[in-house]
Design a protein around this ligand. Sequence first.
Ligand code: M6R
Length: 611
Amino acid sequence: MCGIVGYIGKEQAAPILLEGLSRLEYRGYDSAGVAVFDGMSGTLAVHKAKGRLQVLSDQLHGGADLNSTAGVGHTRWATHGAPSDVNSHPQVSRSGRIAVVHNGIIENYAELKTFLLAQGVPFTSETDTEVVAQLIEYFYEGDLLAAVGRALRRIQGAYALGILCADCPDQIVAVRKDSPLILGYGEGCSFIASDVTAILRHTRRVGYMEDGELAVLTREGIQCYDHLMQPVRKDAVTIDWEIDAAEKGGYEHFMFKEIMEQPEALRRCLSPRIRQGEVVFEDFALSEEYLAAMNRIYIVACGSSYHVGMVGKYHLERLTRKPVEVALGSEFRYMDPIVDEHTLVIVISQSGETLDTMAALREARRLGGHILSIVNVVGSSIARESDQVLYTWAGPEIAVATTKAYTTQLALLSLLALWMGNRLGTVSQEEYRRAAAAFLELPGKMEEVLSRRDGIQYLASQYFNHDSIFFIGRNLDYALGLEGSLKLKEISYIHSEAYASGELKHGTISLIEEGTLVVALGTYEALFAKAMSNIVEVKARGASVLALTTQGRREEMAQTADAVMTIPDLHQLLLPCLGVVPLQLFAYYVALMRGCDIDKPRNLAKSVTVE
Ligand code: M6R
């Protein structure tokens, strides 16, 4: 999605803005632009270009052409109006004296545009953002903050805004509502950014803007205001991870680096939470009374995080004997969900900014549910709006296709299920101890899978030119198939679907013909025989079967499937976490062989902050 960077200080702004924007490229975008104060002429210099950031950077010689110490930059992911130079941000007012960069959507832009057109204000772009620039100018009478405040009272929707005014060369105004914006505190300089990676090279001290807040950035510091324009104090927090963690470090793709980082991410996530054979959550607690009275659990998430929830449902129901529903963030609000004060709502999000998931969280809170989130990005909106947070500590994830965030979310949700089962007394002590010990074995077993990646690369070379691939499995393997299929389709653009194996004969099997590739998942020991019979069914209709199973079942599987990938034997609770790794690698190598843009697949964004 769109990215924002703003800088005001003593150094030349444009190179800082362009470098910051390059750190946001991973979010997905289709055009880029910057606006800076031109001190000589007292105007704003605005430069925009459709396409890669490099196009803009080349035009500006890396920013060297723009002699200014304050400005804002933007990478745009088109919503209103096609990707083009004119629709790129910054958008400027009719006089060119107000420039705005914007993430989010102005819902009532058409109504505001009609109003402004009636006042004789001409428009040049198709964007909703231009309305913001024009409206601020409409209200501007020499006080930028006051004009922004008046404009905001008319604007509905979600927005993070960075605003420049040619009359105020010593300030940038920032605003946030339902779209993340971070403040950066430097020595003699201040920053805004939609993601901390954009400014981490310059400062580690950041502040998180709350919904409805405004900020005035100067070289001397940052003053925040609430929606009533009352000054608010904001404490800076220090980011404790290194910028290298968000760099490729010699790998060809972020996705591959992040796949390889999974054992380490899992150690970070799990080791502090398992001590002397006990599951210990220092970061949160749910009392025994609360757990006993809990009437149901909702898991709410989107995309891969939703797939984590699908696996989690099986684990939670088995271990806690409480009913669990998994809902898509985008559907939850419209389901008339049954939530009250005895309902635990587990919200899962890597970014902590997914708008649909956030909207579901707010609906669940309105209905009285207790919100526990599983989030990777510390200080993100979902984390801050939850009653309790479990952080995955996976480190920054840059590739659009999630890998290490998925496995850490899944491991953490599985650990939570075990912990709850133990507290509720619905899991035997024997199973509790055995499973707790298995969590500590998981990273090492995953290293084994990764060390055998050449075999998966070979299989990818055999199958990469298929047009359509089916993933089948039952129960945990079905949930795993959903993620394997999404991983493959999002980065390789191969049409792929996941089905619960038992459903095939109710329709889908008519699509199976000579040579169709079926990835059959058979890691769930209890249903291994069923998995085998479904494999036989598709083979009888001409399918080629690439199977995934445990090492213990390899020989048996090899007698029927055309090719077999294996994972080490481990406690059932953790097999989906391990089983996803060959599927991630398969998707990666297939996409590599098809020449796809692996880290930034077409049309996709890392963090989806629009509905
Ligand atoms: O940041 P979130 O976990 O809330 O993101 C949810 C989905 O957008 C995300 O998992 C998406 O499906 C990924 N591209 C999958 O690889």
